[in-house]
Design a protein around this ligand. Structure first.
Ligand SMILES: C[S@@+](CC[C@H](N)C(=O)[O-])C[C@H]1O[C@@H](n2cnc3c(N)ncnc32)[C@H](O)[C@@H]1O
Length: 301
């Protein structure tokens, strides 16, 4: 028996009402029935008021979350973040601390799938309704939960407005995201030595308008064999690369070593190497005093 049928039956049994499915309890009203009727009416009224309050809830800046209060990213800054990350219909955007859902809704309007994790249940309900009203409910999911426990492994874009200590705490998780994932943050940097790849201002700049973007770098550290007696030893600090290139037993320090997602660049003796890292292989072209195609295999990390 469904819950609603059960409630109807209890109502009909005690009140003597004979409507619908409860007809079989056809008996006169009792004193208990009077109270049951009142109680059920009161519950109905409370349910109605609760629904009405939820429908009229309006978030106010400064209202509590768990680790940080709700302050919305200005709408034109949201668009700036989406532009910087070049969000398309191929993307899966995640916002940790998704507030009123504006980042998710704007991303979905560009065709992306979007997922929010928000601690405040009122904001969760409000943002779900906002997504439905914007006609993007099929592209947006929002869960009530703690951002530090969220699974973000499928993100291709992160849109964030959190404080530096939260971003720093999440940094190890960000670094495990697929290389090339864009992390766009309103105002605050991840820190800990991880420098942004792009910093731009949303205009007009009144408040909260400096946007920083990080592109998750491929993991390129290790020993790479380019050819017979030709090696590259790389150390990595976030997107920066340091190391040594060896050919014919002669070692040369690499310069300007850098990763942008899977794209790798470094200079050896004024020859610029540009290529792509894919797991334990990388390949590309070298241009300068000599020009050639190159290919390398990682032999150890
Ligand atoms: C500064 S607001 C940003 C809202 C939205 N991302 C934006 O850009 O407009 C931070 C949000 O994080 C939520 N929040 C705070 N601590 C959280 C936690 N531990 N897990 C999930 N959400 C949290 C707050 O309720 C608030 O909505």
């Amino acid at each position: 028996m469904s819950a609603s049928l059960f409630v109807m039956d209890v109502y009909a049994y005690y009140t003597g009402h004979t409507a619908g499915a409860a007809r079989r309890y056809n008996r006169p009203p009792t004193r208990i029935g009077h109270y049951v009727k009142r109680l059920l009416s009161l519950l109905g009224l409370l349910f109605f008021i609760g629904t009405a309050v939820a429908q009229t809830f309006k978030p106010t800046p400064g209202m509590p979350g768990k680790d940080v209060v709700w302050i919305p990213t200005p709408n034109h800054a949201v668009e700036k973040m989406l532009d910087m990350a070049k969000v398309t219909a191929q993307d899966f955007v995640i916002d940790l601390g998704s507030g009123d859902g504006r980042n998710l809704i704007a991303a979905a309007k560009r065709g992306a799938r979007a997922h929010g994790v928000e601690y405040n249940p009122d904001l969760v309900e409000y943002s779900r309704r906002a997504a439905a009203q914007a006609g993007v409910a099929d592209k947006v999911t929002i869960v009530q939960g703690d951002m530090f426990a969220a699974d973000i492994s499928q993100a291709t874009v992160m849109m964030l407005f959190l404080l530096p200590n939260h971003l720093n705490k999440l940094a190890p998780t960000f670094l495990k995201l697929r290389p090339g994932t864009r992390i766009v943050s309103n105002t605050y940097e991840i820190g800990g030595g991880w420098e942004p790849d792009v910093v731009e201002q949303a205009q007009p700049c009144l408040s909260w308008c400096s946007m920083v973007m990080y592109v998750v770098p491929a993991r390129a550290a290790g020993s790479w064999r380019l050819g017979e007696d030709e090696w590259l030893w790389l150390e990595q600090r976030y997107q920066e690369l340091f190391g040594t290139y060896r050919i014919g037993g002669v070692d040369v320090a690499i310069e300007n070593g850098r990763l942008l997602g899977e794209e790798i660049r470094f200079t050896v003796n004024q020859v610029e190497y540009v290529g792509r890292v894919s797991g334990n292989s990388m390949s590309g072209s070298a241009k300068g005093r000599v020009s050639r195609e190159w290919r390398a295999t990682r032999t150890s990390e």
